[in-house]
Design a binder for this molecule. Structure first.
Ligand SMILES: NC(=O)c1ccc[n+]([C@@H]2O[C@H](COP(=O)([O-])OP(=O)(O)OC[C@H]3O[C@@H](n4cnc5c(N)ncnc54)[C@H](O)[C@@H]3O)[C@@H](O)[C@H]2O)c1
Length: 441
């Protein structure tokens, strides 16, 4: 089948590449000319393990192409996915202007039936607004359908998720749309054996926001329990291990830490709260989820501050800038909170991240980057861990200890076993676990 994807970011590029790999002909559209030029020259605008290889393979076979022309995209395929951003608006509501723009432009360019599929995370009943918009901008009376097909991939393991999704959710309200989407996904269903859930459009739209908010809630709940652990001498990792073995709870998303970030959870929780308000229900539960997430960063900063007493002129090694391992995405990453704040207080920062340093430098230029963890630790007064990269978890602590001026680790991701860190002679503060406050030297 021919498929057009409008918006070639994390979701659009991965989705388009997946469909091409499954045998469809895909045209990915983006209005960012630089991005399209890069992709045509086979330079990846994002890092995802395995992505480049599959993009190359499908470009070679001619099944995956890139363009800036929405007109070309509208002509190319009966099925058009909208995968543009839905960033937070002025009051935290989802900014739907990019989605609306695609609806308008597709309507202006179509002269035959088209199925417009919402892949972007949209607020419930966006389909009705899209339908109204398209009807206004259509140049001639041609039929169309809207469908919802929310995306659940996780950055850092997007390719694996794309080929082995937990489920595919599709919201449709016509037989024609239902048939087209089922046919499109048939090769993936055969390959992965995953569940294909067909529902009405509002339910599909809502499934995405409800899922992300629930996951954010799990993280904030764990972080709230971690604070109790710190106050009573319990260990959050032992507690969550005990909780997670209960099949009704499950072990995932029970890691205490510096809080969730990224391009999805913060904005989606916010958008869900605003959506509830507009519909007439106050999602106070999610307001608390947000509040816990914010205080978690402040809490970690306090640990660092208390250990250093004075931040001014201290050399602080920052390990990890990406919002999670496996990605170079820094959107809403905790690093964007810590790094400028510490700089403001006069710290001498040395930053390390295996892949996100370039994006960080584009967002906040002027920092010093190191190529290795050892380099950051040289004469450091403290190490602050913000991303649990494998390089961090496997670092040679004995070597690091020798390099540091003061052996202090403030660990926002619980990367180490406290007993091991103690043996190496570090002062160690993590989340929800008893601190090691004295260096034995
Ligand atoms: N990133 C994730 O992990 C993830 C996971 C699931 C769902 N989502 C949702 O998917 C959507 C896209 O997210 P993303 O992370 O891929 O965003 P992104 O910012 O990486 O990509 C969006 C792309 O759309 C392009 N674009 C914007 N307006 C356009 C237009 N009118 N015509 C053509 N291109 C246009 C931008 O240039 C950009 O390349 C969002 O709604 C997001 O919430 C993201």
């Amino acid at each position: 089948m021919n498929v057009t994807i409008v918006g070639t970011g994390y979701v659009g590029l991965v989705t388009g590449t997946t469909f091409a790999e499954l045998g469809h002909n895909v045209l990915c559209i983006d209005n960012d000319e630089k991005k399209v030029a890069m992709l045509r020259q086979r330079h990846m605008p994002i890092f995802e393990e395995g992505l480049e290889e599959i993009v190359n393979r499908n470009m070679d076979s001619g099944r995956l192409k890139f363009s800036t022309s929405i007109r070309e995209g509208t002509q190319f395929a009966e099925i058009i996915f909208i995968a543009v951003g839905t960033p937070p608006g002025y009051r935290g509501e989802a900014n739907m202007s990019y989605v609306e723009q695609v609806g308008r432009e597709v309507a202006e360019n179509m002269n035959d039936y088209r199925l417009l599929v919402e892949k972007s995370t949209v607020i419930v009943n966006t389909n009705e607004q899209l339908r109204r918009t398209m009807n206004k901008y259509l140049k001639e009376a041609v039929p169309f359908d809207i469908a919802s097909n929310p995306e659940f991939l996780r950055e850092g393991r997007a390719i694996r998720d794309a080929f082995h999704p937990d489920r595919i959710v599709v919201g449709v309200e016509s037989d024609r749309a239902a048939k087209l989407l089922r046919e499109l996904y048939e090769p993936l269903l055969k390959r992965s054996g995953c569940e294909y859930l067909q529902m009405n459009i509002a339910s599909a739209e809502l499934t995405k926001h409800a899922s992300n908010s629930f996951l954010a809630m799990k993280i904030s709940f764990t972080n709230a329990v971690s604070r109790i652990c710190e106050l009573c001498g319990a260990d959050i990792q032992e507690v969550t291990h005990g909780m997670g073995l209960d099949k009704r709870i499950g072990p995932d998303f029970l890691s205490a830490g510096v809080g969730y970030g990224g391009s999805c959870f913060p904005k989606d929780v916010d958008a869900f709260i605003r959506m509830g308000e507009e519909l007439g229900y106050s999602l106070d539960l999610l307001k608390e989820v947000q509040a816990i997430n914010e205080t978690q960063k402040e809490h970690l900063m306090r640990k660092l501050q208390q250990e250093l007493w004075v931040v001014q002129d201290k050399i602080i090694a920052v390990w990890g800038l990406a919002f999670k391992p496996g990605t170079d995405d820094i959107r809403m990453s905790p690093s964007l909170y810590f790094v400028p704040d510490l700089k403001e207080r006069g710290a001498n920062l040395r930053l390390w991240d295996p892949i996100a340093h370039e994006k960080f430098n584009q967002a906040l230029p002027g920092y010093t980057y190191c190529n290795t963890l050892e380099e950051t630790a040289n004469q450091a007064d403290a190490i602050l861990i913000l991303t649990d990269w494998p390089e961090v978890k496997n670092v040679d602590l004995a070597k690091i200890k020798k390099l540091c001026r003061c052996p202090i680790i403030i660990d926002g991701r619980n990367c180490f076993d406290p007993a091991t860190v103690r043996q190496h002679g570090f002062i160690y503060h993590s989340i929800g676990r008893p601190p090691i406050t004295k260096s034995p030297r």
